[in-house]
Ligand binder design. Structure first.
Ligand code: HEM
Length: 166
């Protein structure tokens, strides 16, 4: 839900990207990877160290609680050029870590990706061009969005759109 909502906001704000994806649906999966990179739902993950470990140049003792922030890793300039730019056809967008990495990586990621792709494809078929409803979210230079109050999850409480009939 939050991935689709985030994707709809970007598409509503960027009619050029919306038109490209409508024209060529094969662009949707990479667009969604860039969505996950820039607006992954899970902002923070936690681990407990079982043995001494070195992370970067920091020695961590066993029994330490670690807060991992995929949202920051996804904007690492060593990994992603122009990390704060949304580039829907970014070549390495899929290197994002929004589903975690390793043995506990998200079991539901194939389903989440398939659902989001199906949602966009279905919406493109059912409705014409859509845009942000300014009555709810304000003008282009001063948008307002509400989020669920959480330091772990990035979830919008609502997204209001206007659309042309098909
Ligand atoms: C966009 C949607 C989703 C995002 C961003 C997401 C993200 C994540 C993240 C970051 C983790 C933790 C990985 C870690 O600890 O290293 C996780 C774990 C998990 N997710 Fe998701 N998830 C999504 C959708 C789903 C769906 C649809 C399902 C199930 C149908 C699911 C099932 C799980 C399960 C079972 C785990 C625990 C895996 C484990 O600890 O071994 N997730 N997810």
């Amino acid at each position: 839900m939050s991935l689709v909502t985030a994707a709809l906001r970007v598409l509503a704000e960027n009619p050029d990207i919306q038109a490209k994806l409508r024209q060529d649906r094969s662009l949707i999966p990479n667009f969604l990877e860039e969505m996950l990179r820039t607006e992954g739902t899970v902002k923070a993950l936690f681990r407990l160290t079982k043995r001494p470990v070195r992370i970067g140049d920091i020695d961590v003792r066993p029994g330490t609680h670690i807060m991992l922030i995929p949202a920051a890793a996804n904007r690492d300039p060593k990994r992603f050029d122009q990390p704060h730019e949304f580039i829907f056809d970014r070549k390495n967008a899929r290197e994002n870590v929004s589903f975690g990495r390793g043995i506990h990586a998200c079991t539901g990621s194939p389903l989440a990706r398939a659902e989001a792709k199906a949602a966009l494809e279905r919406l493109f078929k059912r409705i014409g061009e859509f845009r942000i409803d300014e009555a709810f979210h304000g003008p282009a230079d001063a948008r307002r969005y509400d989020f669920v109050p959480s330091f772990m999850f990035r979830v919008r409480t609502a997204l209001h759109l206007e659309f042309d009939p098909r």
